[in-house]
Ligand binder design. Sequence first.
Ligand code: ADP
Ligand code: ASP
Ligand code: MG
Length: 422
Amino acid sequence: MARLVMKFGGTSVADIDRIRNVTRHVKREVDAGHDVAVVVSAMSGTTDQLVAWCEAALQTRRIFDAREYDAVLATGEQVTAGLLAITLQDMDVNARSWLGWQLPILTSNVHTSARILEINGAEIVKRFAERREVAVIAGFQGLHKETGRITTLGRGGSDTSAVAVAAAIRADRCDIYTDVDGVYTADPRVVPRAKRLAKIAFEEMLELASLGAKVMQVRSVELGMVHNVRIFVRSSFDRPEDVDPHGIPPGTLICDEEEIVEQQTVTGIAFSRDEAQISVREVEDKPGVAAAIFIPLAEANINVDMIVQNVSPDGKTTDLTFTVPAADYQRSLDVITKAKKTIGFKRLDGATDVAKISVIGIGMRSHAGVAAQAFQALAERAINIRAITTSEIKFSLLIDAAFTELAVRTLHSLYGLDQATA
Ligand code: ADP
Ligand code: ASP
Ligand code: MG
């Protein structure tokens, strides 16, 4: 008998039929004798709809009251938690729904992207023992204790709820059921030849997620790593009764790198179109200029990612290029323009039609020249690289957005991922 957390994402609970399908997955595990806490997302499309309603409701002010935004967004998961408890009871499985404030799942008060601070799992664990009751927990939401307000954890946050619940109740496993049957070498929607990985190291998954692969929310991977939660990414589209509840789950295990025997140099490729490029032209090449640019951006809470500064051709002026999230593009231009006097530059250029392609692999630590191969392969396809960043287990390239698919597929083949075995 094991203690399991089973998380189901939006497409897995998209309608009543899909929720019934989830019920059968849960029932299979309960019938096998396991204690189960389920974490659910909102039905697919629901959260987007709620966001759209909030935006439409705002007419004169430009900024939401984030507390009310969270009050609206958290409703999506309430519906699915209740519906799944009903369908479970309908199949004679003892079940009870739990909202974030009921457990409670305590969070910080950073509304719209709160962090989980503490989860009280005592009551659900007691009910496992006393009533064999399945806990159906609404993902993505929590409670800020001091103000008593509902918070949400950022888009994709149900993954984080699931891993945090798994850590809190010391679950043997946290299964993330989604619409793909594991973590692939690249997004299978973009690279049809992408291969499923049997295992991936926490560090690699962290990079993949933070560089654009939305299969897991970044924070959930961080939590899994810190609390050493065994996370399986697997499909809810398998026929529930075909899966052996006592066997190793089909899918991808996210684990410590020591558990991975055959380490590839490159494990996966991620991309993000959510980038914007800003170039500050002809800034004076003297100490303090970078600070004059980046301190105001930091003060405006804008996350700068890639930074490239050219060596000055004449010793007097140079260009400085960096990237920011696309959503912060206009704000960043405004901040820099406002600081023009202190910075001292001639022109400000920007582009939003850019994409960041990232190549990730723990094996890069011990292999030189991995990035150089990519430069060559992209050059052969006339893809221009606008900026580059590297770190120990990944490198990222900024290119024109129009070449995203071509670049991802090219690099996928280049590093032999088309042939990787599952
Ligand atoms: P859920 O609604 O279950 O949370 P998401 O849509 O958030 O599911 O995440 C699953 C999606 O992540 C997949 O449909 C897939 O297109 C995308 N994805 C991106 N990169 C990868 C990858 N490397 N491996 C698997 N899926 C990926
Ligand atoms: N429903 C939320 C979202 O769409 C949380 C989640 O699905 O993980 O972002
Ligand atoms: Mg998700």
